[in-house]
Design a protein around this ligand. Structure first.
Ligand code: CDP
Length: 783
């Protein structure tokens, strides 16, 4: 690969993020910044009960309040055939409740008023009479034959959503039965929430004069949302424009369509004015796309030498009241079957059952390629339990079982073909950086003194970049992605994408790819995303798919342009194309470097002096359908010290060695890793959306659902290895989610390691000081 100058800023240059100029000045343009003439405001009325029959809704008092324009109920929507909407998982979900409510904070009515405060006041005046029904919060109890049926709208009269399995059931069973060493862990990956700083919202603007609907919305997938609005709402797709302005964090939370969006559209269609709907923090935490909630059991077997022989995984997936997980259609449990991780396991079997409970719907891919975080956590936990069983160092056990770097492309027993990897190289780098041997010695010394110190290792493998379209679609739309690149006469460029950044720095990194391929300085390349009227069709940004898919599309589009530029250069230099050579930014005649035309000169000629018979202009589009996914990986090592008296855990050090193949912008990648690790820290130690037995949400505010601040966050020590993807045009793999995927196991393994000599083998997240203190008390370690 050519190395460009710092001025051009191609791959590998840590140029500053272009978008930050507006962000750090507070001049971003978020949905709530969109203010249109005549705009009015919507507010949802939500259920206080988790399961109740709707007896009566009285909207009269709300309607009577000055400034209130409309109150929409489920019955009103039913008349228009819009009381229910399809979910991304092939289920259906109530837009506004009819008949009964199924979770606390479910949407019951939508009040529209001239200002936000009146709308909020009027929502309080909507009188809803409920008759409480028995509540199911435990997914195991949902499967009880006598459990109340939550979804009586379905033909299937139970609470079971799906059973999905993959692998060799019998072979795995036999291998585990016959193995001399076995280990098992029951691990609950708790329900958590991406909690983006910007909540969800939209401004729906139905222009009755033109018949065009414009929806400004917090959407990670604007094109897919436009198509779904057209299919469900019956509005011709050419009359719908979805605009995603700046987004203040998505993390998967902004992939689904939520009832609030639909209500705002219906209200704008009805009233003929723009309608804004913006969630509050609690509404976001309580009702929109939760993540995880997987009750997992893993059994692993090995020979006495430590060579692993088989893995069996059984999972109960709590999907809440509607199956609204953002999953590719063929994969009801997402890419959970990556659960064999970095290990060469001869046999494996994995099964997942999805069930309904009285909880908010979701199951979104929170900074995660569809359940990869759950999978990585489980395998990295059970490997530690096995190491304990074998009385072997967890690092040694891992290294003994890594898929060797010579085995790639590697076919996993659960069906994936890993593109490339060198797990031992990442492990070695992490061990050296952290000083593993010395730390183990220190731990031994500390144990003698009764002090608690733990070392947690996680050597995870990911699967990102959905997807090859023969495998992946969401709601029937194939998962490719796109780039449209235009070079202007003066050699500057605009690049429009099917993806949508939510803070990942796309405006900078796509420009760097163009700079790499064409030698046009990244500063001269404008990147635009999020407007369906101008951007080419794409499936959006989530699951770290932007670099593997749209990044590839950008490189291919640029290469198409380079091919055409070569023809123009040959014409300008009066040479044959075969005699031309490329170096970043110019074509020159072989052996005569002085005879050259820069890309800027070529671009000008494309509009002013193009060869006869060749189309004018210099632009290209690429819809990239990746041949395979990419498999980033890494080794994380976490060191914790635990206070015996209080159970307080201090993360002393955290070393993260990541491998995402070739890197576009090292500084952005480092930022992605810092952010993801901080989220992982929150998940491991602080966060859970929990429910009491009546289905009341226990984590509905930032007082209960804690975000790590600078005070709790340790200094992240990052490093990298580079194993390019063999099938990606730039050799790049995704990175955004790796730190969120790989870190929870490192944190938990460290705490369990600190307590392992007391017989502790597993602790469920979030590992709070209270939990640890109780364990210490039970073990007689604390006073
Ligand atoms: O889809 P999403 O943008 O969330 O994830 P990603 O493809 O992993 O990219 C996150 C950010 O890291 C983007 O700005 C990428 O361009 C950048 N990146 C990079 O510079 N080099 C890589 N090999 C992978 C990502």
């Amino acid at each position: 690969m050519f190395k460009t100058t710092a001025e051009v800023g191609g791959m590998g240059h840590s140029i500053k993020r272009k978008e930050d100029l507006r962000f750090i000045q507070g001049k971003g343009n978020y949905v709530d910044d969109v203010n249109l003439p005549g705009m009015v405001y919507g507010q949802l009325v939500r259920s206080p009960y988790a399961h109740a029959r709707l007896k009566r809704i009285n909207t009269e008092h709300a309607k009577a309040l000055a400034g209130v324009l409309a109150v929409i109920t489920g019955e009103d929507l039913a008349k228009a055939g819009l009381a229910w909407m399809p979910t991304l998982s092939g289920d259906k979900q109530m837009v506004l409740a009819t008949g009964k409510v199924l979770f606390q904070s479910q949407e019951v009515a939508f009040v529209v008023a001239e200002d936000r405060y009146t709308a909020a006041d009027a929502a309080e005046l909507v009188e809803v009479e409920y008759e409480e029904l028995p509540v199911l919060v435990d997914p195991k109890k949902s499967l009880d034959p006598n459990a109340p049926i939550l979804r009586d709208d379905r033909e299937q009269k139970d609470n079971h959503i799906f059973h999905w399995e993959v692998g060799d059931r019998k072979g795995t069973e036999k291998a585990i039965q016959e193995a001399p060493v076995k280990a098992k862990v029951d691990a609950f990956f708790q329900r958590c929430h991406p909690a983006p700083l910007e909540t969800c919202g939209c401004v729906a603007d139905m222009n009755q004069a033109t018949g065009r609907l414009t929806v400004y919305m917090t959407s990670q997938a604007p094109h897919a949302h436009r198509t779904l609005f057209a299919l469900v709402g019956g509005i011709p797709e050419n009359n719908i424009r979805v605009v995603s302005p700046d987004i203040g964090g998505g993390f998967g939370n902004k992939v689904p369509i939520y009832p609030g969006y639909v209500c705002a559209v219906v209200a704008s269609l009805t009233l003929g004015v723009p309608v804004k709907w913006i969630e509050t923090r609690s509404e976001n935490l309580m009702s929109t796309g939760f993540a995880r909630d997987y009750h997992m059991t893993a059994e692993i077997s090995a020979e006495k030498s430590g060579k692993m022989t088989a893995l069996r995984v059984k999972t109960l997936a709590d999907h809440g009241a509607f199956n609204a997980a953002a999953q590719p259609t063929k994969f009801p449990a997402g890419l959970f079957s990556i659960c064999t991780g970095s290990y060469d396991l001869p046999k494996a079997f994995c099964e997942v059952d999805g069930v309904y409970t009285n909880k908010a719907p979701g199951g979104i891919a929170y900074r995660c390629s569809f359940r990869v975080t759950e999978a990585a956590y489980l395998i990295e936990r059970v490997v530690d339990v096995l190491a304990n069983e074998l009385k072997m160092d967890p690092v040694e056990l891992r290294r003994k079982n890594f898929i060797p770097s010579t085995a790639f492309p590697y076919k996993s027993p659960l069906g994936w073909t890993y593109d490339s990897g060198d797990y031992d190289a990442a492990m070695k780098k992490a061990l050296d950086k952290v000083g593993y041997r010395e730390l183990r010695k220190e731990q031994e010394e500390k144990r003698k003194k009764g002090e608690l110190m733990g070392i947690g290792v996680s050597s995870f493998t990911e699967i990102v970049g959905a997807g090859p379209s023969h495998l992946f679609d969401i709601a029937g739309i194939k998962m490719f992605d796109s780039c449209e690149l235009r070079i202007h006469p003066t050699g500057k460029a605009i690049c429009r994408m099917g993806t949508k950044s939510q803070g990942q720095g796309h405006e900078t990194t796509y420009a760097q790819i163009v700079a790499q391929e064409l030698g046009i300085p990244a500063a001269d390349v404008t990147v635009e995303e999020g407007d369906t009227d101008t951007a080419p069709y794409g499936l959006g940004t989530y699951a770290s798919r932007s670099t593997p898919v749209s990044g590839a599309a950008t490189a291919v589009a640029a290469r198409k342009i380079r091919d055409k530029a070569k023809k123009i250069a040959a014409h300008l230099l009066e040479a044959s194309e075969e005699d031309l050579e490329w170096e970043p930014g110019k074509f020159f005649v072989k052996g005569a470097p002085g005879k050259a035309k820069t890309i800027q000169e070529i671009a000008f000629a494309a509009y002013t002096n193009h060869p006869q018979g060749l189309e004018a202009g210099l632009e290209a589009v690429d819809y990239y359908d990746p041949p395979n996914l990419t498999f980033p990986f890494g080794t994380y090592i976490c060191i914790v010290d635990i206070d015996k008296g209080t159970g307080e855990i201090k993360v002393r050090r955290f070393v993260a060695v990541d491998d995402c193949g070739n890197i576009i912008n090292p500084m952005i990648v480092e930022g992605q890793i810092h952010g993801g690790l901080t989220e992982g820290l929150g998940i491991a130690f602080m966060q859970q959306i929990d429910y009491d037995e009546n289905g009341n949400v226990q984590g509905g505010t930032f007082m209960d659902y804690l975000l790590p601040t600078a005070v709790e966050t340790p200094n992240w020590e990052t490093d990298k290895t580079t194993t390019p993807s063999p099938h990606h045009p730039l050799g790049a793999k995704g990175i955004g989610e790796s730190p969120n995927v790989g870190s929870p196991a490192a944190f938990v393994n460290a705490v369990v390691d600190a307590l392992s000599h007391l017989g502790v083998r597993h602790i469920d997240m979030p590992i709070t000081p209270w939990k640890v203190w109780n364990i210490l008390k039970e073990k007689g370690v604390t006073g």
